[in-house]
Design a binder for this molecule. Structure first.
Ligand code: FES
Length: 240
């Protein structure tokens, strides 16, 4: 019978790792100080498995590491050229599908999409820009919604429900017209959103921003200015 003290042995890129029952590949890897890139996954939120940036090969099949549970003897490939190329393509597509002008964005240096592009050596997308027309919602006195930078990861949607106990954000539309919506007839100011909601902090890009704090930390001193995304995991201690 499984219990939480039991260990599950698996390998990640040929290195043996000990996981716990119920862990996903991403969680077991992180506990073993192995970074698997991710965007829609966030600690303490239900995994959505939507962005596929965390794709690994598990026993030969491509799976999202944030949703696939570990199993005994599982062979996981993570840092291979095939998977790096897959992730580069996904990140590339996210850039061209929105309007991401990093040099003008308050989140620059703290944006996970930008940091992933740096980590994967993407300097210019290889696909044509789509330049979609997207709405901006500056109605709220303290929060800005810029849909140009939204990658539809759904972290704000889940954080609002699961952490804030609200339902401020959701999605409407399908395909290329899918967009972030707010739970009010017109705009964010009509909702119960507050600047310290975890939903706002959950945004990995500059799509949800607290107003008037954008440049409090100067460029050059921001989270990813000195160390690449994922290095905090790679430099962490292996957990028991
Ligand atoms: Fe796993 Fe997005 S982080 S699918």
């Amino acid at each position: 019978m499984n219990n939480n003290n039991q260990k599950i042995s698996l390998t990640i890129d040929g290195v043996e790792v000990q996981g716990k029952p119920g862990q996903t590949i991403l969680e077991a890897a992180e506990a073993a100080a192995v970074y698997i890139p991710r965007l829609c996954w966030m600690k303490n939120l239900t995994a959505a498995g939507s962005c596929r940036v965390c794709s690994v090969r598990a026993n030969g099949r491509v799976q999202s590491a944030c949703t696939q549970p570990i199993g005994p003897g599982m062979v996981v490939e993570n840092d291979t050229e095939e998977l790096r190329e897959l992730r580069r393509n996904l990140i590339d597509m996210l850039f061209v599908e929105g309007n991401h002008f990093c040099m003008f964005c308050e989140k620059s240096g703290e944006c996970e999409l930008q940091a992933l592009a740096y980590r994967f050596g993407i300097t210019a997308p290889k696909y044509p820009f789509m330049f979609p027309q997207r709405d901006l919602d500056a109605s709220h006195p303290e929060i800005l919604v810029d849909r140009n930078r939204c990658i539809l990861c759904g972290r704000c949607v889940r954080a609002s429900q699961e952490l804030d106990g609200k339902h401020v954000f959701g999605f409407v539309g399908r395909g290329t017209t899918k967009r972030l919506a707010v739970n009010a007839p017109d705009n964010l100011a009509q909702t119960d959103a507050e600047a310290d909601d975890q939903a706002v902090a959950a945004c990995p890009t500059g799509s949800l921003l607290v107003k008037r704090v954008g440049y409090a930390v100067p460029v050059g001193q921001r989270k990813f200015d000195h160390s690449p995304i994922g290095s905090e995991i790679e430099n962490s201690d292996v957990q028991d």
